[in-house]
Write a protein that binds this ligand. Structure first.
Ligand SMILES: *Cc1c(COP(=O)(O)O)cnc(C)c1O
Length: 396
């Protein structure tokens, strides 16, 4: 290892800086103290953000909430599913997703995920009959076969919620991810493409679902009047639904709004950076980056790859250590203690059937953050560190 390796290694954990344009809006909010989204009669930053996000996505309705998890929970509640309803989710997702299902008094049914990180369609189809709803997590931005999923679900009239927390800017046949299912949910937590620390958004074209989500998010009394375009629907739902108070506050919106015009640029940079590193990793005989399905144009801010061929757990752990020595944190999902993306750690679900395909994938799938701000030299540093770590273990 180069003696200066540590100092050259890029810091991949820092988030993107917030654009300076946010400062003026934040200063005005601090001066006025007007942080609650429903205080102002109009023009509240949260309301402006909703209009801008709906426009960006080409969706009829957008609702800003406290997190993507809140958006998923409200989506399930808005579907008015019976208590204990079976909700299919991929077994490779973040623990917040089965948690949202449990929170909504539904029962998550875990579906196998293949070694390309996408939903195993045979297992999906086998588990679909009897399901009341489906959440598709585009985990780490990887898009499952949405054509097949929508065809199977539409034929059975099963609603699909897209967990697009990490997929802002991804397209499928040119269509924006998050607009294919009935509801799309997004995250503005710091490790996503748009960083507000915390925050979420849900989009839909369905006025009844939108109205129900708005009310349950905490639009009490006549605050629904501050959401344009679905006034008739509110008459049905006001005071008929519980208020879960999962609203976004104005400071978050002020941080998010100036980042929206940067999304396209971040997506382009993220894709170029990902593909640059992927090409290098694919040259290694011990590493492989699964290809996207043909209709997908990715928007990555991290890279996932598999250890290929025969690797023992001990070798995989040594690979992590060798990468760390080179200054790069590589996480093998299934080998890092208590990983929130490994389904066997979701003990709150109680005993679950094993999912051998997903388990095998998680034991050899690696995760490295690639924030879109990295330079080509920094990306090359990471690619070299990862390939040489594999070489150090396997060529020994
Ligand atoms: C981050 C993430 C979530 C949770 O988002 P929060 O805004 O933190 O609630 C859910 N699903 C996926 C796939 C994620 O990456």
């Amino acid at each position: 290892m180069a003696p200066d390796g540590q100092t050259l290694a890029p810091n991949v954990y820092d988030a993107e800086p917030i654009p300076p344009a946010a400062r003026e809006a934040i200063e005005a909010l601090l001066t006025s103290g007007d942080l609650f989204r429903y205080t102002a009669a109009e023009g509240a930053p949260v309301a402006l953000l909703e209009a801008e996000f709906a426009e960006l996505m080409g969706a009829r309705y957008a609702l800003a909430v406290a997190s993507c998890s809140a958006a998923l929970f409200l989506s399930l509640k808005a579907l008015d599913l019976p208590r204990g309803a079976r909700v299919l989710i991929p077994a490779f997702t973040f623990a917040a997703v089965p948690s949202a299902v449990v929170h909504a008094d539904c029962e998550p049914v875990l579906v196998e995920v293949g070694d390309n990180y996408r939903v195993d369609m045979a297992d999906f189809e086998a588990k679909l009959d009897g399901a009341h709803a489906v959440i598709i997590s585009h985990m780490r931005g990887h898009t499952s076969d949405m054509d097949a999923i929508m065809e199977l679900c539409d034929a059975r009239d099963i609603p699909v919620i897209e967990d697009a927390a990490h997929s802002l800017g991804t397209t499928w046949h040119g269509r924006k991810i998050g607009t294919i299912g009935k509801i799309g949910c997004f995250s503005f937590q710091s490790y996503k493409l748009v960083n507000a620390g915390e925050g979420g958004m849900l989009i839909t074209d369905d006025p009844e679902l939108a109205a129900r989500c708005v009310i349950m998010s905490g639009a009490y009394e006549t605050n629904w009047k501050k959401h344009p375009g679905m006034q008739n629907s509110y008459m049905l739902w006001q005071n008929k639904l519980p208020l879960y108070n999962m609203r976004m506050q104005n400071l978050s919106a002020a941080v998010i709004r100036p980042q929206l015009p940067e999304v396209a640029n971040r997506v382009a940079k993220g894709r170029a950076g990902h593909d640059r590193v992927a090409d290098r990793l694919n040259e290694s005989p011990w590493l492989a980056v699964p290809a996207a399905l043909p209709p997908e144009d990715r928007a990555p801010d991290s890279i996932q790859f598999n250890l290929t061929g025969e690797w023992t757990d001990a070798e995989a752990l040594r690979f992590q250590t060798e990468a760390k020595k080179r200054g790069i944190g590589v996480q093998v999902f299934g080998l890092s203690e208590g990983n929130a993306r490994a389904f066997w750690n979701w003990e709150f679900l109680g005993p679950q059937p094993d999912l051998p395909r997903t388990r095998a994938m998680l034991m050899r799938a690696c995760d490295v953050r690639l924030p879109t701000r990295l330079t080509e030299a920094e990306l090359d540093y990471i690619a070299n560190a990862v390939t040489s770590a594999a070489e150090a273990v396997k060529a020994a």
